[in-house]
Write a protein that binds this ligand. Structure first.
Ligand SMILES: Nc1ncnc2c1ncn2[C@@H]1O[C@H](COP(=O)(O)OP(=O)(O)OP(=O)(O)O)[C@@H](O)[C@H]1O
Ligand SMILES: [Mg+2]
Length: 605
């Protein structure tokens, strides 16, 4: 991966340098093409001046061309062939040159996209939580594609045209410098106009892109939550929300269109006026005899050769405008660094006993915020610590600090007496089997989703893991069993089934520590019992941190921590806490009174 450090602006350079061979070959081809374009009007000049008007050729030319005075038709044939040859050669060069630049563009896009994906994937969770859904996607696909257009525009439009313009200007100056200066005086006007418009265009296009990515984020959000939208019959409301954003986007696009639409006709008018004036002056020169008719033709052809690309600058300007926005935005992503880092040269311990100690941990998701305050406890190897408490009390947050999804603000976390910040992050995370509160599955078969827990694990290992936690028959009852396909995010499975897969996955990874964030969704009593048994099997022989919403899950824990608003308010075993007759005892009583399956009532005091 090409290193991204600081807010670099010229990050694309590295990718282009890697393609220097193709770029040089492409440039050479395009330079040759500029030569061909330069030569293209010349056979016509000779046809008019020498074949039609039978002007004598200079002695040098007489050595290579038939004499128009004696072999008029032979000269015409030769010039006709030359025109044909130049046309064919031009087509060939365009073909090869375009291919080279398009291929470079494609390859660069491929590399930029892979690198960006790899980079973004490794950014810490706080970055991902900050992103709006559609925006990251828009950048990974849309913005990167703009780069390809950009490279193609430079190679295919800008480079040959710039060379052609330079060459044509030189030849015109050589033919008749006074006339050439008059004719070329229009060029700076065109150039300044193009620049002025390109700047205006860039500004409006930046706005367009911003509005569009907001719109795509919104679309993703609404369609992603379509069930909620439909459940609350809020389609009309969402129509309005979408329509409002879409109209912002439309307004920005219309503004950009205005700028674009002004540009073309403006350029055309200047070019037409200039061509008229130059044709008039040129014809007068021919009458005066200071210019041959053929030379006038070359002049007018060159003028067109200059005007056409100048007009094209509108298109190129648009591409450049988009590309500069894309370059900036991708650059901003590349400059993002993971906030969770390991010290250079961190060495992975050879063994892990699985003793986790939190000492005076404080944490907030944003500066100044306190989600966890003075959390201290020790998870001894092979033991089970249970976390209970009202919703939002910070249970899942504690669980996310141990694999370092976030870093503590104060205090520290030790694994086998080593601060986790000193350990290699991958090693640390491999010591932990994690079952999230809302298990996430990928689009693959069930067994592949289980095997995800351990690199290199196959179907039989996955089935063995499911059997070990005792959820194999639940999975086998699905149509297709272990080979059943899970669709995106696992939405074709029930919550309980997803949880089973997640538990088997954590079992498979053979980590000495497991963190189980029990789902807060209600399951039927039978499934719940099954899941609890599965969790018990998973937790056996390992250090387990169990976040429980059902008190029955935690009865056998070695230590129960009762959390309230980010603080541990009670700690002890089930029996200790019952006899203490405090917070836990009240919860237990309440859950017993209401339900056969003891459930923690989710009320904050
Ligand atoms: N990514 C986040 N950014 C900002 N605040 C967050 C984030 N995740 C959680 N919080 C806040 O942190 C607090 C604790 O959340 P946490 O998810 O740890 O609760 P919990 O105890 O697991 O609740 P539950 O029982 O409902 O799962 C809540 O007030 C929540 O609003
Ligand atoms: Mg939670």
């Amino acid at each position: 991966m090409i290193a991204a450090s600081g807010a670099e602006k010229h990050w694309l350079r590295g990718y282009l340098l890697a393609e220097w061979r193709t770029l040089c070959a492409g440039s050479a081809i395009m330079a040759a093409r500029a030569g061909v374009l330069l030569a293209l009007p010349w056979p016509l000049k000779f046809i008019i001046d020498n074949v039609i008007y039978q002007r004598p050729l200079t002695p040098t030319l007489l050595n290579i061309l038939p004499d128009p005075l004696t072999h008029r038709l032979a000269l015409l044939d030769l010039l006709g062939l030359a025109m044909l040859g130049l046309g064919a050669f031009d087509a060939l060069l365009v073909f090869i040159g375009n291919r080279l630049f398009l291929d470079v563009g494609q390859r660069v896009v491929f590399k930029v996209r892979s690198d960006l994906f790899a980079h973004v994937q490794r950014l810490s969770l706080d970055f991902h939580r900050r992103q709006r859904g559609g925006e990251l996607m828009a950048r990974l696909s849309g913005d990167v594609r703009q780069l390809q257009d950009f490279i193609a525009a430079i190679g295919i439009d800008l480079l040959p045209h710039a060379l052609t313009i330079l060459g044509m200007a030189t030849v015109m100056l050589l033919i008749d410098w006074r006339y050439a200066l008059i004719a070329l005086s229009v060029a700076p006007v065109l150039f300044l106009m193009a620049r002025f418009y390109a700047n205006r265009l860039r500004k409006t296009l930046r706005l367009v892109r911003r509005q569009e990515s907001t719109l795509s984020g919104l679309t993703q959000e609404i369609l992603g939550g379509v069930q909620v939208v439909q459940a609350f019959a809020r389609e009309t409301h969402e129509d309005a929300r979408f329509g409002k954003q879409a109209s912002h986007s439309l307004a920005a696009s219309l503004q950009a269109n205005t700028v674009q639409a002004q540009f073309g006709p403006m350029m055309n008018f200047i070019i037409a006026a200039a061509t008229g004036a130059i044709a008039w002056y040129g014809a007068a020169s021919v009458i005066r005899g200071s210019l041959t008719p053929g030379e006038l033709l070359v002049f007018l052809a060159y003028l067109r050769g200059i005007a056409t690309p100048a007009r094209q600058f509108a298109k190129t300007g648009r591409i450049f405008g988009r590309a500069s926005v894309a370059l900036e935005r991708i650059g901003a992503y590349r400059a993002e660094q993971p906030s969770i880092t390991e010290p250079p040269g961190a060495i992975a311990p050879t063994t892990c006993i699985g003793r986790v100690e939190l000492s005076h941990v404080q944490f907030g998701y944003t500066p100044g915020q306190t989600i966890l305050d003075d959390i201290s406890f020790t998870l001894e190897p092979g033991r089970t610590v249970a976390l209970v408490g009202a919703t939002g009390s910070g249970k899942s947050t504690i669980a996310s600090l141990i694999p370092r999804f976030y870093d503590v603000v104060a205090g520290r976390i030790l694994l086998d007496d080593r601060p986790i910040t000193q350990l290699p992050i991958h090693w640390l995370r491999r010591q932990i089997g994690l079952v999230l509160q809302e298990p996430l599955l990928f689009q693959a078969s069930i067994w592949e989703n289980i095997a995800y827990g351990l690199e290199g694990a196959g179907r039989s290992e996955a089935i063995a893991a499911a059997r070990a936690v005792g959820v194999d028959d639940i999975i086998e009852r699905l149509p297709g069993g272990f080979d059943a396909q899970v669709n995106e995010r696992g939405l074709n499975l029930s919550g309980g089934q997803r949880q089973c897969v997640a538990i088997a996955r954590a079992m498979l990874c053979r980590a000495p520590i497991v963190i189980l964030d029990e789902p807060s969704s209600s399951l039927d009593a039978a499934t719940e019992q099954r899941l609890m048994a599965a969790l018990d099997r998973l937790a056996a022989q390992r250090s387990a941190l169990v976040i429980a919403h059902r008190l029955a899950t935690v009865m056998n824990a070695d230590l129960i921590l009762v959390l309230d608003q980010g603080r541990i308010v009670e700690r002890g075993t089930h029996m200790d806490l019952l006899s203490a007759n405090g917070h836990y005892a009240t919860l237990w009583q309440a859950s017993h009174d209401r339900d056969e399956t003891p459930k923690l009532r989710l009320v904050s005091r």
